[in-house]
Design a protein. Sequence first.
Length: 176
Amino acid sequence: MKLLIQSILLTVAFTAITGILYPLAITGIAQVAFPRQANGDATLLAQKFTGEKYFWPRPSAGDYATVPSGASNFGPTNQKLHDAVATNAAAFRAANKLLADAPVPSDMVFTSGSGLDPHISPEAARLQVERVAGARGLSRGQVDALVERFIEPPQFGFLGEARVNVLKLNLALDQS
């Protein structure tokens, strides 16, 4: 009987610690240290932009939905991956009037690990400038300047690569 009571007390104690105290502590720290991210920020998630007047985000394996987010998990020898990459590259080349054999940035043909990465490379954004400028009746210089304004440096100056948040860029385009 003593062992049963100890087991019940330990279960209650660890449930309180790991199920109540720890989540509350982490939530409190997040609210203080990262309030925007902790409360949700749409600019942290890719949005589905199509059409000529918007910059396109990375392809998404989950069609930009948060519930089924994730990668396709296709291996490098999987024909579905090869087909998707070829389709994405052809669509990007056609939309941006690139030559049939022009290189396409990898972030415009491969999905991200989460399927919700809101960033593309500056190179991918620059390749879309002419299309977006033409569709919006803006000069290439105006759209180029906007892209350059939205290039974010590597995190902390050394982690990752320079990137462009597509949602922020498209919202700025709509406001101009």
